[in-house]
Design a protein around this ligand. Structure first.
Ligand code: CUA
Length: 123
Protein backbone atom coordinates (compact mmCIF):
# COMPACT_ATOMS: atom_id res chain seq x y z
CA UNK A 1 0.00 0.00 0.00
CA UNK A 2 2.78 2.37 0.92
CA UNK A 3 4.56 1.94 -2.44
CA UNK A 4 1.39 2.85 -4.33
CA UNK A 5 1.00 6.09 -2.40
CA UNK A 6 4.56 7.21 -3.24
CA UNK A 7 4.02 6.47 -6.93
CA UNK A 8 0.91 8.66 -7.01
CA UNK A 9 2.76 11.59 -5.47
CA UNK A 10 5.54 11.35 -8.05
CA UNK A 11 3.07 11.30 -10.93
CA UNK A 12 1.28 14.39 -9.72
CA UNK A 13 4.43 16.47 -9.28
CA UNK A 14 5.34 17.15 -12.93
CA UNK A 15 1.89 18.56 -13.64
CA UNK A 16 2.13 20.86 -10.61
CA UNK A 17 5.47 22.18 -11.80
CA UNK A 18 4.04 22.72 -15.28
CA UNK A 19 1.11 24.73 -13.99
CA UNK A 20 3.41 26.93 -11.94
CA UNK A 21 5.71 27.80 -14.86
CA UNK A 22 2.73 28.60 -17.10
CA UNK A 23 1.56 31.17 -14.55
CA UNK A 24 5.01 32.75 -14.53
CA UNK A 25 5.02 33.10 -18.35
CA UNK A 26 1.59 34.71 -18.32
CA UNK A 27 2.70 37.25 -15.71
CA UNK A 28 5.85 38.24 -17.60
CA UNK A 29 3.76 38.91 -20.73
CA UNK A 30 1.37 41.15 -18.80
CA UNK A 31 4.24 43.25 -17.45
CA UNK A 32 5.39 45.64 -20.18
CA UNK A 33 9.10 45.76 -20.86
CA UNK A 34 10.17 49.39 -20.65
CA UNK A 35 12.65 50.36 -23.36
CA UNK A 36 14.03 53.89 -23.35
CA UNK A 37 15.15 55.28 -26.69
CA UNK A 38 16.82 58.59 -27.27
CA UNK A 39 16.61 60.31 -30.66
CA UNK A 40 19.23 62.71 -31.94
CA UNK A 41 20.18 63.89 -35.45
CA UNK A 42 20.41 61.34 -37.06
CA UNK A 43 20.22 58.22 -34.95
CA UNK A 44 18.27 56.36 -32.31
CA UNK A 45 20.06 55.07 -29.21
CA UNK A 46 20.03 52.13 -28.79
CA UNK A 47 19.99 51.39 -32.52
CA UNK A 48 19.07 47.74 -32.05
CA UNK A 49 16.36 46.36 -29.79
CA UNK A 50 15.96 42.62 -29.26
CA UNK A 51 12.93 41.10 -27.51
CA UNK A 52 11.27 37.72 -27.18
CA UNK A 53 8.14 37.13 -29.22
CA UNK A 54 5.05 37.96 -27.18
CA UNK A 55 6.70 40.75 -25.21
CA UNK A 56 4.63 43.84 -24.56
CA UNK A 57 7.06 46.70 -25.06
CA UNK A 58 6.53 50.13 -23.57
CA UNK A 59 8.75 52.51 -25.52
CA UNK A 60 9.74 55.71 -23.72
CA UNK A 61 10.96 58.10 -26.39
CA UNK A 62 12.87 61.33 -25.88
CA UNK A 63 14.86 63.67 -28.08
CA UNK A 64 18.25 65.24 -27.44
CA UNK A 65 17.67 67.98 -30.00
CA UNK A 66 14.72 68.65 -32.33
CA UNK A 67 11.40 66.93 -33.07
CA UNK A 68 11.71 63.44 -34.49
CA UNK A 69 9.33 60.65 -35.39
CA UNK A 70 9.23 56.99 -34.40
CA UNK A 71 7.71 54.63 -36.91
CA UNK A 72 7.92 50.84 -36.79
CA UNK A 73 7.56 49.93 -40.45
CA UNK A 74 4.85 47.34 -41.07
CA UNK A 75 2.97 48.16 -37.85
CA UNK A 76 0.56 50.91 -36.81
CA UNK A 77 3.18 52.53 -34.54
CA UNK A 78 4.01 56.02 -35.82
CA UNK A 79 4.38 58.74 -33.20
CA UNK A 80 6.14 62.05 -32.74
CA UNK A 81 9.00 62.54 -30.31
CA UNK A 82 8.93 66.06 -28.89
CA UNK A 83 12.06 68.18 -28.93
CA UNK A 84 14.52 68.24 -26.05
CA UNK A 85 13.04 69.06 -22.63
CA UNK A 86 9.46 68.85 -23.95
CA UNK A 87 8.83 65.50 -22.32
CA UNK A 88 8.62 61.98 -23.64
CA UNK A 89 6.32 59.96 -25.83
CA UNK A 90 5.19 56.61 -24.46
CA UNK A 91 3.90 54.02 -26.89
CA UNK A 92 3.08 50.35 -26.35
CA UNK A 93 3.67 47.63 -28.86
CA UNK A 94 2.96 43.92 -28.51
CA UNK A 95 5.77 42.13 -30.33
CA UNK A 96 3.65 39.17 -31.43
CA UNK A 97 5.25 38.72 -34.86
CA UNK A 98 8.74 37.30 -35.29
CA UNK A 99 11.18 39.08 -37.52
CA UNK A 100 13.24 42.20 -37.99
CA UNK A 101 11.36 45.47 -38.11
CA UNK A 102 12.85 48.68 -39.40
CA UNK A 103 12.29 51.68 -37.18
CA UNK A 104 12.56 54.99 -38.97
CA UNK A 105 12.21 58.65 -38.20
CA UNK A 106 8.90 59.83 -39.64
CA UNK A 107 9.29 63.56 -39.20
CA UNK A 108 11.61 65.71 -41.34
CA UNK A 109 14.54 66.65 -39.09
CA UNK A 110 17.36 67.61 -41.41
CA UNK A 111 19.87 66.36 -43.97
CA UNK A 112 20.19 62.87 -42.48
CA UNK A 113 16.48 62.34 -41.84
CA UNK A 114 16.01 59.50 -44.34
CA UNK A 115 19.01 57.65 -42.89
CA UNK A 116 17.75 57.88 -39.32
CA UNK A 117 16.86 54.28 -38.55
CA UNK A 118 17.00 51.55 -35.93
CA UNK A 119 15.95 47.91 -35.89
CA UNK A 120 13.60 45.88 -33.68
CA UNK A 121 14.36 42.16 -33.62
CA UNK A 122 11.62 39.87 -32.36
CA UNK A 123 12.82 36.30 -31.72
CU1 CUA B 1 14.83 62.42 -37.10
CU2 CUA B 1 13.70 62.73 -39.18
Amino acid sequence: MRAVTILCLMLSMPSLAGARSDTRVARSQDQPKVIRISAERFAFTPGEIVVDKGTTIEFHLTSDDTDHGFKIVGTDVNVEIPKRRRGETVVKYVADTEGEFVIECSRPCGAGHTAMKAVLKVK
